[in-house]
Unconditional design. Structure first.
Length: 163
């Protein structure tokens, strides 16, 4: 089967922060790409026993962006308590997608404000002041993992593949 959504991995290698942000952006775009061209029913379609849906993954990743970059990196205490669930039954699909885009913009601003990958986070992670580098690595792996889930769901919906 041809990969119809293929995109090359970033070639950024000019600095640690730019490279890390390029790969996080690539993972985010890979997730979002899986929603392109789908209607509301397809975005909510349950194809696995866990109940995971494309829209649910986006909702979950929005909470993760706000928690890790908003609370831990930027220190915004209102972002501390997040629901990481994937239940979107009562939510408008367009709003869920818009919220993810907004969360990404706010996260990127927090990342750029922190600047140095070695900078400690504003709020400790499990009692330790980890670095921006650690949060970037964590969120890149989390987002990439869910991009893989999204890829499988999209292939089951209409046969579209690729990263």
């Amino acid at each position: 089967m041809a990969e119809t959504q293929r995109q090359p991995v970033p070639r950024n290698d000019s600095g640690e922060l730019d490279t890390a942000l390029a790969f996080l952006t690539f993972a985010r775009e890979s997730v979002l790409k899986k929603t392109h061209g789908l209607d509301d029913e397809q975005l909510r379609r349950v194809l696995v026993d866990t109940g995971t849906t494309l829209l649910g993954l986006i909702h979950h990743l929005t909470a993760a962006e706000r928690y890790w970059f908003g609370y831990h990196v930027a220190g915004v205490t209102s972002e501390k308590d997040r629901d990481f669930g994937m239940d979107v039954a009562e939510l408008d699909a367009a709003q869920v997608l818009a919220d993810y885009h907004t969360a990404i913009q706010v996260s990127d601003a927090a990342i750029r404000a922190a600047g140095d990958p070695a900078a400690p986070v504003a709020e400790p992670v499990d009692g330790e002041f980890r670095t921006l580098r650690w949060v970037l690595a964590h969120m890149t792996s989390e987002t990439a993992r869910h991009a893989g889930h999204a890829d499988i769901l999209r292939e089951q919906i209409d046969g579209t593949t690729g990263r």
